[in-house]
Write a new protein. Structure first.
Length: 311
């Protein structure tokens, strides 16, 4: 029984470390399994200025502080990529077997906090020019495009914020959006529209990414007129949404039509003993502050579940 964790948390962002903090403080035997190969949204964010109590902080720095805090209170940290979660019994109690990197641990409850990965355009040239001008992370790759022409695809907060960040490096940043207006928050739009190094191309989608050894141009189409044109670009940054990292759960839980986990107000999934929060879930709003809140609620719900399970 001592070898079974009370709560196993899968992920490495604000949801996971918030859950780890609260679980450890509740004296639950807790482990956090963080994949070294999956980067969430927060580490990709250059500057976080909308987290209450913190005026401004880098995304990577913020995640590291959260991680240190959770481990400091007693959460065990495991580096590995979870491949599968399956149900078993141990001493007549239901437990979850969590397999990662061909190793495994047992836990009475699971908190899925595994985030999401960038959605791709699925156009010719995208895969071929990955890391050769195609990127999904401005803070990772922006410095490689000093004095270059940069294209950004998307119209939400991430696309516009990262576009603004890229103006630090690029000669010009051109934003391509399939609609005729942005979805980003108004304050972010105001900053973008007032930036002399940013321009916007409306009602337009990227059809093809071209070049020889690296990105050199884009074929784009106006979806209203159908007109095709070639645009010179040295790099393209794609911010068109995210896909939940939930393959390891298989059909254990229910999902919405986009593949995000369905949870109730207490972060319970359709399967008793499995809880979830953050970007891998169907939530009305995805921000670091809401993700941290999800982690705290999921931890509390998991704690009640485990205590009830043990009697």
């Amino acid at each position: 029984m001592d070898s079974v964790y009370d709560i196993a948390i899968i992920g490495g962002g604000p949801t996971a470390f918030s859950a780890g903090l609260y679980s450890a403080r509740a004296r639950m035997k807790t482990c956090i399994i963080e994949s070294p190969s999956i980067m969430g949204q927060l580490p990709m964010t250059d500057s976080v200025e909308n987290y209450p109590g913190i005026k401004n902080i880098g995304g990577i720095e913020m995640v590291e502080i959260m991680k240190e805090q959770a481990i400091g209170f007693g959460s065990e940290h495991i580096s590995g990529t979870v491949q599968k979660v399956s149900e078993e019994k141990k001493d007549a109690l239901p437990v979850w077997k969590v397999t990662y990197d061909d190793k495994f641990i047992y836990a009475y409850s699971i908190i899925a906090a595994s985030g999401a990965h960038p959605r791709t355009l699925n156009v010719p040239g995208e895969r071929e020019f990955m890391a050769k001008g195609v990127s999904y992370c401005a803070t990772c790759d922006g410095a490689f495009f000093k004095d270059k022409n940069i294209a950004v695809v998307g119209g939400g907060d991430s696309a516009v914020e990262e576009g603004i960040f890229l103006t630090r490096f690029g000669k010009m940043v051109e934003v391509f959006h399939r609609r005729d207006r942005l979805r980003a928050a108004k304050i972010i739009q105001e900053r973008a529209f007032s930036n002399p190094k940013m321009s916007f191309v409306w009602d337009t989608v990227v059809e093809e990414i071209n070049g020889k050894n690296k990105v050199e141009s884009l074929k784009v189409k106006n979806i209203k007129t159908g007109q095709l044109s070639q645009v010179q670009a040295d790099g393209i940054f794609i911010f068109i949404g995210w896909i939940a990292n939930v393959d390891y759960l298989g059909d254990l839980v229910k999902y919405d039509d986009t593949g995000r986990i369905l949870v109730d107000d207490e972060m319970r999934t359709s399967r008793p003993g499995i809880f979830a929060g953050g970007d891998c879930c169907k939530r009305p709003f995805h921000q670091a502050v809401t993700a941290a809140g999800d982690g705290a609620v999921a931890s509390y719900s998991a704690e009640l579940y485990v205590e009830n399970l043990k009697g």
